[in-house]
Design a protein around this ligand. Structure first.
Ligand code: RB5
Length: 142
């Protein structure tokens, strides 16, 4: 898969762990995040990631900030984006199976490195169930 990844200063270490995992498992990873722990503004990273997913230049986006809320709020302003916060792997499976999230948002300050990688692994190994969930996601845009 083509995966666009982005993070603010709170998510550098987790981004590196997740990118290494993704590359090792054969994915094409494009880094839109900062590689520095100097404070930066999460919308500057979340908008470009949302745009490449929106334009189908990436199959999936992964956004990481301290709580995952700032990046999720920003990405969800983009038409066609369903950015979902997952803080454990069970939720990561559900946001794919039920919400067909196309951006996975992970709270770096509230998960360990292993948990972060497991969240991504679970999302990627789960499929959208369609059916009633398809009807529901069609009702999201306003
Ligand atoms: C940065 O301190 C923090 O505000 C940011 O990473 C994120 O949690 C925002 O939602």
């Amino acid at each position: 898969m083509k995966i666009a990844i982005g993070n603010d200063h709170a998510g550098v270490a987790l981004k590196n762990l997740i990118s290494t995992y993704l590359k090792k498992t054969g994915h094409d990873v494009q880094n839109f995040g900062t590689d520095s722990e100097v404070s930066c503004d999460y919308p500057d990273i979340a908008h470009p990631v949302a745009m490449v997913v929106q334009n189908s230049e990436a199959d999936l986006g992964i956004l990481i900030c301290g709580t995952a809320n700032g990046v999720a709020m920003t990405a969800n302003k983009h038409k066609g984006i369903r950015a979902a916060i997952a803080w454990n792997s069970e939720i990561a499976g559900i946001v794919h199976a039920h919400n067909n999230a196309n951006i996975l948002c992970i709270p770096a300050r509230f998960v360990t490195g292993d948990e972060g990688v497991n969240i991504v692994e679970k999302y990627l190994s789960t499929s959208f169930e369609g059916g009633r969930h398809e009807n529901r996601i069609k009702k999201i845009p306003c």
